[in-house]
Design a protein. Structure first.
Length: 400
């Protein structure tokens, strides 16, 4: 079988969880004898890399001045992706596997390149939310529906209405063109159906996986540090652990490290802490994935206090593989992963006291049991081989 895998970015340039997963999945499929051509974007030089049965074609397809063009192009049209799409259309593939539709790979001209069996992996909410995150960034509240007043800032809402109308037509074409959609959480399956994007019979649920051989060996002891990992966006809620410190009720032995969440809001929140509280929080900024793993295996817990229902963030899978319990907000696919694994607690973002108690419990003795559950669940359910089994079952269904 020869598969074309379309990904916004790809290792070594990948940063997001969806792109890292696409890399691990491609390697696993190649190890099983499948020939994989990856078609992807690059910030560096256009090139083709061949690694045995894995060929990675890097195209320049990022729109210039994204802050200016994003509201005009949306997910609709990317003229800079024509070479990428032409290469995809010319290929002789048994199946095309699309990972998300994002800034460098938009609905048109991608739709024109999809002719045969096609599978589409849904890694965020882009089919049902223009911004993909279920969050109204202008009014700072969760997304209720896809409309110009939610999706676009004032001054751009007229073009926004036209953008959304075109997007709706293109999404209908995508729904018809794709044979099966893969979601990594039951939450996402429900969201796609409830928002009217697609019927449940076209959705297959396959958990994400990761290469467990990349997980570092667990140390003999853990610190009392709690880790936050997330992009520099408000809905990830990097300010939450700082807010807990400001209340003065977190166990005095606990401290926090924040990866990737450095922003004006975070810096401003830290400035309001007293000297003792400031000594208990450290901003690490963006770090390589290997460094994230090293921090995870040394930490007492991972905090995921997101304000939005996330799909299935890879950092949660990585934490479980490292034996690190998760404390998360009570929404989205993260909630179902924590509940299914039994390796953490699901908490209301409105109840700061429950987070303080959960942190104290991990410091005071509940950690070993939660950690044991995390490792056991990851080994049984979160290896890339198991995820590839599910993906290949979808391939077989589509190609038979």
């Amino acid at each position: 079988m020869k598969v074309a895998m379309v990904s916004n970015f790809f290792p070594p340039e990948a940063k997001g969880g969806a792109e890292i997963y696409a890399g691990d999945l491609a390697n696993e499929l190649v190890a099983r004898g499948i020939e994989v051509d990856v078609i992807t974007s690059t910030r560096l030089r256009a090139r083709t890399e061949r690694r045995g049965n894995l060929t990675v074609k890097f195209f320049h397809s990022l729109p210039p001045l994204p802050g200016v063009t994003s509201d005009f192009l949306g997910y609709n049209f990317n003229p800079w992706a024509r070479r990428l799409s032409r290469d995809l259309a010319r290929g002789t593939y048994d199946l095309v596997h699309v990972h998300n539709v994002n800034s460098s790979i938009m609905l048109s001209p991608l739709l024109g390149a999809l002719h045969g069996p096609t599978v589409c992996h849904i890694h965020d909410h882009w089919p049902v939310c223009y911004r993909g995150v279920m969050y109204d960034t202008w009014n700072q509240r969760p997304c209720v529906s896809e409309r110009s007043s939610c999706c676009f800032n004032p001054g751009r809402r007229t073009i926004g209405r036209l953008n959304l109308a075109l997007r709706a037509r293109l999404l209908r074409r995508l729904k018809d063109r794709v044979h099966k959609f893969i979601t990594p959480s039951q939450h996402m399956s429900r969201a796609l159906v409830s928002r009217g994007f697609v019927n449940i019979d076209k959705i297959r649920f396959v958990r994400l996986g990761l290469d467990l051989s990349k997980v570092p060996k667990e140390p003999n002891s853990r610190s009392n540090g709690f880790l936050f990992v997330g992009r520099n966006v408000r809905y990830k809620n990097a300010q939450f652990p700082i807010g807990l410190l400001s209340r003065g009720h977190v166990d005095s032995r606990a401290f926090f490290k924040i990866i990737g969440g450095d922003s004006w809001d975070t810096t401003n929140a830290i400035a309001k802490l007293n000297e003792g509280q400031r000594a208990r929080v450290r901003i690490l900024g963006p770090v390589p994935r290997e460094a994230v793993f090293e921090e995870l295996v040394r930490s007492r817990g991972l905090l995921l206090p997101s304000l939005v229902p996330e799909n299935s963030p890879l950092i949660a899978h990585e934490a479980l593989a490292c034996g690190t319990p998760i404390l998360c907000s009570d929404t989205g696919g993260t909630r179902e992963l924590v509940e299914e694994s039994g390796a953490g607690q699901v908490l209301s973002i409105e109840d700061a006291g429950s987070w303080e108690k959960a942190i104290g419990a991990l410091v005071n003795g509940s950690f070993p049991e939660f950690s044991r559950r995390a490792v056991g669940y990851a080994r049984s359910n979160l290896g890339i081989a198991k995820s590839a089994d599910g993906v290949m079952a979808v391939y077989d269904e589509v190609c038979r």
